[in-house]
Structure formats: structure tokens, C-alpha cells
Design a protein around this ligand. Structure first.
Ligand SMILES: Cc1cc2nc3c(=O)[nH]c(=O)nc-3n(C[C@H](O)[C@H](O)[C@H](O)COP(=O)(O)OP(=O)(O)OC[C@H]3O[C@@H](n4cnc5c(N)ncnc54)[C@H](O)[C@@H]3O)c2cc1C
Length: 406
């Protein structure tokens, strides 16, 4: 039975994954329409860091070609953001004046860089690193200027910094927390990362906050909260992301930090769904692509009416990152406390490090730096929650050693 018209607002990585799941075995809609604010179809946003660093080209980013969309019968309109949702009439209106009826609406509008909230953010040369347009501009500016400051030492900030360094700029990273990547790494992991990045030539200042961006028309310096100045030609702000929830808020849908949805990705209006970086589930928002992909899998089943008992579960998703070629993996608890004991293994020569956190013999967290191939196996042990005391002596050496010892 046909389910009428499905409209998807936003065509990023998660919306594309949703379309792919929907089309497996054929979708149940008369019409599927995708409306994207960017001028291009969905592309691999994760690879923008590689493009900035010169390791990938723009044409490698596209997720599916036109033929795929034609074959699947999906209508698409780009460069035309949705500006209004009329819930009473079940219609969406775009900036260019398109007016489309929907039976079901999916919001997949992603997130934007959180403003710093300090003077000078509107100066020329103050940038974000979110999309293709930002990436092209950063590449262009890196050819015309010598110095950059990146505000934020999370994964996005570090990737922006490393990309600009690879383009020949002198880059300084400013991070408020004393430790880089403090959400994903423990203290030792952060220190190893900082040392590796400094060795490559990045300037790193932790435990500092910007108080103002200075300049007449163009940014010239960052003033820090200790009143010191860092001179620069370019500032990239990467101090967190904010879900794009304003469209939903304006339509009267429930929202907090993101658009509030239940575990079937349904908003407070039963005909409207949200997923990816724009949504909020059980008070949690998302900044990595894997949870979005899992949401896409669940939502496809909900939209097809085949969901059964499948719900999206907010679990501690593993984080798998590559910061300037250094693989990093973390899962569960990353910092020791009075209830955990640590098994730590470090190879100074090869710059590899592993911390395993155990509580009552059970693995509750892992941080891997430099060598991460056993990460998924450790994540599985965390999920299973078995007593690993028999493997204790070999646990830090990974799966093969443990299985041979068993
Ligand atoms: C440079 C960079 C590197 C990253 N690296 C990693 C990584 O290594 N690992 C990882 O897990 N994650 C990484 N991420 C995060 C990852 O890209 C996101 O988690 C993922 O793209 C989220 O997908 P999404 O579909 O929810 O949002 P997005 O991919 O951001 O797509 C949302 C789309 O909706 C559009 N939109 C917004 N408002 C409207 C509107 N009103 N109407 C129509 N369209 C609208 C936006 O323009 C955008 O195209 C990275 C992100 C960036 C920016």
C-alpha cells in the first residue's frame, strides 16, 4: 500500500544513508522528494579534512551519481533551503518559493559550528569548517595568507589545523580544556597526541580561551583570557556544534538542544521525523556519523512500516578517528576513577598506547592510540560485560593473544 509523498529536508550523509535503506527492496512511497540547502547532492563530509590536507580531491566525495537517483525515482532540488513547515496543511515552503505537500516529512538538517559569543566574530577571515564551500575558501585563503589560529582542539579543530598546516600555513590551536580531544582520550593519550602534532609543526596552547577577535575589517589577532595576543591572518572556529533545530522550533515541534524525537525518530508531530546531527534523543545529541547511520537504519524500517521491536538505542558508541594520520579509537569510559583499575601498555618507540579500564574484572572502557585494529573487539567485550579476569595478563595485547591464551 502506498504511503503517499515523503519529503526529506536536508541531503547530508545521514539523509543519503536513509534513502539507501529505504530503496533496498523498493520503497513504499508514491513520491520521494529531497530538498537540500547546499548546491550539490550528498557528499562524504568526513573526507573534507582529507581534501583540505590535499590527500583527496573534491570529485572523490560524491556518495551517489545522478543515475542512482534516477533509477530510484527520487526527485531532488538543491541550493534551496526549506524555510517554513506548515504542519496544518502538511506542506513545506522553500526559499525559492517551492511549496510541497507531504504525508511524511523527515528533517535531516545537520548542525552548524557553535558561535564563540565573543567580540569580532563577524570580521573577515573568521571561518568555520563544515561544508564544501568552507573547504574551498580555506584552500584559497591558505594560498594567500601565512598564519591561522584554530579555536577548538576537538577532532574537527585538529583536522582543520592539520589540513592548513599541510597547505603550508603556520597554525596555532587554542583549546580551553587542558587536554586535546578530551572527550575521546585520557590524559596520556592527549599528551601523546599533542606531542605528535607539535613535532609536525603545529602550535598548541591548551587551558586558554579566546576573549576577543581583533582587527579593523579583517581579523588580525586573537586576544586570550590572560590578555596575551596571538597574531593571525585567519581564524577557524571549531568549539562545538549546534543542531539545526530552528525550522522545527518555528513549526512548534518540541526541541531542546536538538529536535526532540523518540527512539523511532518521531518528533512531537507523528507525521514528522528527525535524525542525524539535528536530533536529540533522551537528552543526547550526536556529532559523529555512526549513530546517524544507525538512526537511518531504524527510521527506514519505521517509514516502511516494518519496524517490529527495533528501536534506536543510545549506547556508548565507539569513536574511531584519524587525526593527521594517527589512528585513535575509544569506547565507553575513557578516564579512570576510584571504581576502575587500569591496564596500560605503551610502545614509546612506535608511539602506540593502550589503556583498558576494568571494573570488577569487566571491561568498561578503552583508549587506543597509534594502533587501533583491536578496537572493535574491545568494544564487543564492553558490550558483553563478561568477567575478563582469566585474560588479564594478555588483555592489552589484543584479541589474538587472548584467544591463544584461552
Ligand atoms: C570536516 C568534517 C570532518 C568530519 N569528520 C568526521 C569523522 O572523522 N568521523 C565522524 O564520525 N564524523 C565526522 N564528521 C561529522 C559527520 O560529518 C557528521 O556527523 C555527519 O555528516 C552528520 O550527517 P547529517 O546528515 O546529520 O548532517 P550533514 O551531513 O551536516 O547534512 C545536513 C544537510 O542539511 C542541509 N540543511 C540544513 N538546513 C536545511 C534546510 N533548512 N533545508 C534544506 N537543507 C538544509 C545542510 O546544508 C546539509 O547539507 C565530520 C564533519 C566535518 C564537518
Amino acid at each position: 500500500m502506498s504511503r503517499g509523498t515523503l519529503v526529506i529536508c536536508g541531503h547530508g550523509m545521514v539523509a543519503q544513508r536513509l534513502l539507501e535503506h529505504l530503496c533496498e527492496g523498493g520503497h513504499p512511497f508514491n513520491r520521494v522528494v529531497v530538498l537540500g540547502a547546499e548546491p550539490v547532492p550528498a557528499y562524504n563530509r568526513v573526507l573534507l579534512s582529507s581534501v583540505l590536507a590535499g590527500d583527496a580531491t573534491l570529485d572523490q566525495l560524491l556518495l551517489k551519481d545522478d543515475g542512482w537517483f534516477h533509477g530510484a525515482g527520487i526527485e531532488r532540488y538543491y541550493g534551496d533551503p526549506v524555510t517554513t513547515i506548515d504542519r496544518e496543511q502538511q506542506r513545506v515552503i522553500t526559499a525559492a518559493g517551492r511549496n510541497l505537500a507531504y504525508d511524511m516529512l523527515v528533517l535531516a538538517t545537520g548542525a552548524r559550528s557553535t558561535p564563540l559569543g565573543i567580540p569580532g566574530e563577524d570580521l573577515d577571515g573568521v571561518m568555520t569548517f563544515r561544508d564544501l564551500r568552507d573547504t574551498r575558501r580555506l584552500i584559497d585563503l591558505s594560498q594567500r595568507h601565512g598564519r591561522a589560529v584554530v579555536i577548538g582542539g576537538g577532532f574537527l579543530g585538529l583536522e582543520a589545523a592539520e589540513g592548513l598546516r599541510c597547505r603550508g600555513m603556520a597554525v596555532t590551536v587554542l583549546h580551553r580544556n587542558p587536554h586535546l580531544l578530551n572527550r575521546q582520550l585520557d590524559t596520556t593519550g592527549s599528551e601523546l597526541l599533542a606531542a605528535s602534532l607539535q613535532e609536525r609543526g603545529l602550535g598548541i596552547r591548551t587551558g586558554v580561551s579566546p576573549a576577543a577577535l581583533l582587527g579593523n575589517r579583517r581579523v588580525r589577532a586573537v586576544q586570550l583570557d590572560d590578555n596575551t595576543l596571538v597574531s593571525t591572518d585567519l581564524v577557524i572556529t571549531a568549539a562545538g556544534i549546534t543542531p539545526n533545530a530552528w525550522l522545527a522550533a518555528q513549526a512548534g515541534l518540541e526541541y531542546g538542544r536538538g529536535i526532540r524525537v523518540n527512539r523511532q525518530l518521531r518528533t512531537s508531530d507523528p507525521a514528522i521525523f528527525a535524525l542525524g546531527e539535528c536530533c536529540e534523543i533522551d537528552g543526547k545529541t550526536f556529532g559523529l556519523v555512526d549513530p546517524g547511520y544507525e538512526q537511518a537504519r531504524v527510521l527506514a524500517q519505521v517509514l516502511k512500516g516494518t519496524v517490529g521491536k527495533q528501536l534506536f538505542r543510545v549506547t556508548s558508541q565507539p569513536t574511531r578517528l584519524k587525526i593527521s594520520g594517527i589512528p585513535i579509537y575509544s569506547c565507553g569510559q575513557t578516564r579512570p576513577d576510584e571504581h576502575t583499575e587500569s591496564i596500560v601498555w605503551q610502545d614509546h618507540e612506535q608511539n602506540r598506547y593502550c589503556r583498558l579500564l576494568l571494573r570488577g574484572g569487566r571491561l568498561v572502557g578503552t583508549v587506543l592510540f597509534g594502533e587501533t585494529s583491536d578496537g572493535p573487539w574491545y568494544a564487543e567485550q564492553i558490550r558483553k560485560g563478561h568477567d575478563l579476569t582469566p585474560w588479564r595478563a594478555t588483555l592489552a595485547f589484543g584479541r589474538d593473544y587472548c584467544e591463544q591464551a584461552a
